[in-house]
Design a protein around this ligand. Sequence first.
Ligand code: ACO
Length: 276
Amino acid sequence: MPIYECIKVETENRVTTVTLDRPAKRNAMSPQLNDEMLDALTRLASDPETDVLVLTGAGESFTAGMDLQEYFRDTENDPVLSERAKWTMREWSYNRLRFFPRPTIAAVNGWCFGGGFMPLVSCDFAIAADEAQFGLSEVNWGILPGGLVTRDVVLSMGYRDALYYALTGKPFDGKRAKEVGLVNDSVPRDQLDAAVAELTGTLLALNPHTVRATKEALRHSATMNYEQATDYLAAKSAQLSARDPEQGRKKGLSQFLDTKEFKPGLGAYRRAAQDA
Ligand code: ACO
C-alpha cells in the first residue's frame, strides 16, 4: 500500500481502517484526498487481508465535507479540473464504497457535513459518537446537497427527516442521527471504538463469501423489478454455492441436522480454522 498524505490505511486482524487524515482542515475532502481514496479502495477491493473496512476521521471530525477552497474555488475556472474532481469523488464515495466487496462501517467520530454524507450513506453500517454533529449544510450557502446525497439520503433516513434537514440545514447530533435511521447506533465518544469492534467481531465470525454475496444481493436487487430480481437472486445463490470454498451451506445444514451442534437462528455455524 502506498504512503498517502491525506488518508491513513491500517490493517489489523482482518479489519482495515481507513482514516480521513487532514485534521487541521477537519478532514475536508480535497481533490488529493479523493484521488487517494480512489486508489486505496481500488487496491483494498482485492486485498486478501481485508474482511471488513472501517471508515473514520482523524481528530474531532469525520469530515467537514468537500474542501471549499480546493474542491470548489480552485477548480471553478478550470472545467477539466472541476470535472475530474467531481468524477473522482463520485467514483470512490459512491461506486467503489457502495459496492466494496466486503462489509463497510462508517465510524462517525465528529463533524459530518455536506458531501461527507456521501461516504456515510454509501457504507453498509454507520455508528456515531453521541457527540458527533451532522448537517446537510449546503442549503446554508447556496448549493444542493453534494453529489448523489440528494438521492441516497432518503434510503437511510426517513423522507420527512431528509426533507427537514436538507431544507433547513440544521445540524443534529449522533443520538438524533440514530433516531432518524441515518446510523445504526450512537454511543458516547469514548465507546465508539468498542462499538465498532463488536460489530466487526460479529461480521468476522461469519463466512465472508456469504456476507459478500448477501451484500451484493441487497445492493443490486433493490433497483430491479421483481422478474429481474427473481432471476438475479437465483443466479446469485447458485454462484455462491459454486464459489464458496468453505461450502458453508452444507456445513451449516450438517451441523444443525446431523451433529446437532448448531442453531442457525442463534448465530454463525462453526467454521474450521483453515477456512477462517
Ligand atoms: N473546506 C475547506 N476547509 C475547511 C472546511 C471545508 N469544508 N471545513 C473546515 N475547514 C478549515 C477551515 O477553513 C480552517 O482552516 P484554517 O485553520 O486554515 O483557517 C480549519 O479547517 C478549521 O476550521 P474551523 O472552522 O476553524 O474549525 P471549527 O472546529 O471551529 O469548526 C466546522 C468546524 C463546524 C466543521 C466548520 O469548519 C465548518 O462549518 N466547516 C464547513 C462545513 C460544511 O458546511 N461543509 C459542507 C461543504 S459543502 C459540500 O460538502 C458539498
